[in-house]
Design a protein around this ligand. Sequence first.
Ligand code: PHB
Length: 421
Amino acid sequence: MDRITKIKIGRRKFLRVSAMVAAGGVLLAACGDTVSPTNTPAAGTTTVAGGATSLKLGVLLPFSGVYTQLGLDIVDGMNLYFESIGGVVAGRKIELLKEDEENDPQAALRKTKKLIESDKVDLLTGIVSSAVALGIRDTVDQAKTILVISNAGAKDITGARFSKYIFRTSFSNGQVPYPLGEWAYKNVGKKIFMTAPDYAAGRESVEGFKATFVKAGGTVVGEVYPPFGKTSDYAPFLTQIQQAKPEAVYAFYSGTEAVNFVKQYEQFGLKKDIPLVAAGFIVEQDTLPALGGAALGIKSTLHYADSLDTPENKKFVADFTSKYKRTPTTFALQGFDSARFIVEGLKVVNGDTTNKENLVKALEGVKFISPRGPLEIDPTNHGLTQNIYLRDVVAGSDGKPMNKVISTFEKIQDINTLLKN
Ligand code: PHB
């Protein structure tokens, strides 16, 4: 466990430790096989033993609020990958400078400026919230700092507000439930109620589901968007759902909001009558242990399932579980893949982060078989084409709820491309 993961979220203490981490950074590895550096050191970059300059990676993630566990999982996934390569790429030690995105675009913008202007990071990664991604987009673009988004699915980042310096190794919000809409119409119900937190990710997730559900012939009987990051009592919203008498409910919730929503959905008595279908974040390993039986039977789509039966995934799950003593989430996987994506790009340019145009080209060509399946960046929008899995929460052989994969939708494109077709 590194310093960040040990933090229990006392705000004062968090700020103190966060400042320590930001000031000192976290050197991941001792100097390994050093290859002579070909890059010119950026101002403010420390020179390390062997003459190579460290690679400063700014990591902006939630370490407080409803998405705290997502941030911690992404860091753990990243560290697992970086450690697997000895913490060095093209002779440069990888140094993480972590900041809390705070689930707040204004705060995150200040942290972004600090990482770019004062810390002079070579690259940025992280970002869980779509609102944060949209809020920092112009600053990152103007600074020509390469940002590899490891979660936030905001549609415009790979669409109307595309930046050549921004890549995404996660998903687009609408991409995840896009195949679920048609499947739910055929297999679950013709009249749907939709609910999500009131911000870009929630609204775009609903939009992606609705696109194929309505096209197939389905009717939307109601929608409700509880305030994001502030709602813990869902009773007023569950009452609205009950009164609309839908045949099924579609939901996007994540982190602690997912735990509250799904538990209360059952406690309110809705689960036995109205099946819940969802974007898979709602039933990942960060929520399943707390949800227990309340999660059973939830059908969801996601670009990953820890039960995927492939050699790449088996190794990832075994390595992650052995290091952290818990099963990885999709967020951990995204951290792992973001780290690999960055490393693969840097290898092509021999670690040179000063020539941005060359690094952009190198990253556009990165392709590998991830634990989630083939991972391919679309060079036209920097989004991903990837498999989306339909999962069902069942009791595993140990009695604990787990996501069983029941079918695979292959090569689903970024939502901007899907909605054009
Ligand atoms: C987002 O804000 O883009 C977001 C947050 C949490 C998720 C998925 C998407 O689980």
